[in-house]
Design a protein around this ligand. Structure first.
Ligand SMILES: [Zn+2]
Length: 168
């Protein structure tokens, strides 16, 4: 990560959504060629106490198939991520500085995995209730779709007939 940041060259990647197992669980009918386009841009900045901090901007763009909660069909949903992170040396520092920081803090470890962070961000970007703006098929029936005899309105219901009997 240090070397990556010092080089200052953005990383542009295209990752199949299938490779993101936790995110893929949220989807229906995921096509094999569905991808997330993402970019990681490192930056070195002078910190408040003279040290050099590593910052990272993560941006991502994906269209994911979710289940519409109104019609239960597939609703293609755009997810966008644009987040700044600052790396800190330890979990303790992250805990201490988190509240005072607008950016997210990440602990710089040898195992740091940008894909994990990206998947977390995409999961957080998922809508709570995925829904079409206008559903392609409405779940309610209109009179044209079900076979209703034209004279249905004229027939007394059995209950109405029963009520008549009771009055006698
Ligand atoms: Zn819908």
């Amino acid at each position: 990560m240090q070397a990556f940041a010092e080089a200052g060259v953005p990383l542009n990647e295209v990752t199949p959504l299938h490779n993101m197992e936790r995110l893929a669980l949220e989807m229906i009918d995921l096509q094999p060629d569905s991808v997330v386009n993402w970019q990681a841009l490192p930056e070195l900045r002078a910190g408040s106490t003279g040290q050099t901090d590593i910052w990272l901007r993560l941006t991502a763009d994906a269209s994911v198939p979710l289940t519409c909660q109104r019609c239960m069909g597939v609703v293609q949903t755009d997810l966008q991520v644009d987040q700044w992170y600052r790396f800190v040396a330890s979990e303790e520092i992250a805990m201490a500085e988190d509240d005072a920081s607008d950016e997210d803090l990440l602990v710089l470890t040898p195992q740091f995995d940008v894909m994990e962070v990206l998947e977390d961000e995409l999961l957080m970007a998922l809508p709570l209730v995925p829904m079409h703006d206008v559903c392609p098929v409405m779940p309610t029936f209109s009179a044209g779709e079900i076979d209703v005899p034209d004279d249905v309105g004229d027939k007394p219901s059995p209950f109405a007939a029963l009520a008549q009997l009771k009055k006698k």
